[in-house]
Write a protein that binds this ligand. Structure first.
Ligand code: HEM
Length: 258
């Protein structure tokens, strides 16, 4: 769906010059484009079935869909199905498309720089060691992968280089003058500038009162994907622009970083 719709979503200069034109386009034209209609129809069909099932079985599931159904006292009507479909689409755009897009961009960056992967892996191993030590556990026969999964939040907090890479990857240029044109992945290590801190030099999540409230979650997810990917796969950038992944770590041993 995202791929279809992103291809259809082409904004030109007039959208910026005339906000009223953009507003009308988004309200009327965009929803009527072919791919948008097709994808909305398949979400709607699924939503319709699920709404009916939930209302009939009087279920009390603990998820987002149920929250919306309950909060708006939805009945099995055409307008409820329409609204629920719109909610789901918005949630996909806001919470999934953004995160997936940003993560893919970062994977491209690391895939093109094997030395970056090596440094991130070293950091990862050290973070696991440090967390094991902080919890006063025995390191010897530890299942390090399981430990990483279980203590992800604590371990990610120790990944200053990965956090810096995230900020550097999406920062704005031309704000500071010193070498800001240059890509320096670990520029923000020890600079008290985490990747969740918004500002005029870092607008990935917007700023001000409507700055993204999902950014902590999004960053956590992105760190998770990058961490697992570099830990478990050899990543090679192909000449075609694609990326090749080869499974690399069969066991739960400490990684031998070459
Ligand atoms: C890398 C991933 C993400 C990026 C790049 C991103 C980016 C943004 C940006 C730029 C805004 C501000 C829009 C404005 O200025 O009006 C925003 C708002 C918002 N984001 Fe995110 N976002 C991401 C992930 C998420 C996730 C995972 C969630 C929810 C779980 C989320 C929920 C929201 C919501 C609800 C708003 C509206 C806030 C408001 O209007 O007050 N975002 N996001």
């Amino acid at each position: 769906m995202f791929q279809d719709i992103s291809g259809e979503f082409k904004l030109n200069i007039w959208h910026q010059v005339f906000p009223w034109y953009h507003e009308k386009y988004m309200k009327w034209r965009y929803p009527s484009l072919g791919d948008m209609k097709k994808n909305r129809a398949s979400i709607k069909a699924a939503v319709e079935k699920e709404l009916e099932r939930r209302l009939e079985s009087d279920t009390d599931e603990d998820d987002l869909l149920q929250y919306i159904i309950k909060t708006h006292s939805m009945k099995n009507t055409a307008s409820s199905v329409e609204s629920l479909t719109t909610y789901i689409q918005i949630m996909f755009f806001v919470g999934v498309l953004t995160t997936v897009g940003s993560t893919i961009a970062l994977i491209q960056v690391v895939a093109n720089d094997p030395s970056l992967i090596k440094q991130l892996l070293e950091e990862q191993e050290k973070a696991i060691d440090d967390e094991i030590e902080a919890q006063q556990l025995q390191n010897d026969d530890m299942d390090r992968n399981a430990f990483l999964v279980k203590n992800a939040a604590h371990i990610y907090r120790r990944l200053a280089k990965l956090d810096s890479l995230l900020r550097e990857g999406f920062r704005q240029t031309k704000v500071e003058t010193d070498q800001m044109e240059e890509f320096k992945p670990f520029r923000f290590v020890d600079r008290q500038a985490p990747s969740t801190k918004v500002g005029s030099d870092f607008l990935l999540f917007g700023m001000g009162k409507h700055a993204c409230p999902g950014r902590w979650f999004a960053i956590h997810q992105m760190k998770g994907v990058i961490t697992c990917l570099i830990r478990n796969y050899e990543i090679t950038a192909l000449k075609s622009g694609g990326i090749e992944l080869t499974k690399r770590c069969p066991g739960n041993v400490k990684l031998d970083i070459v």
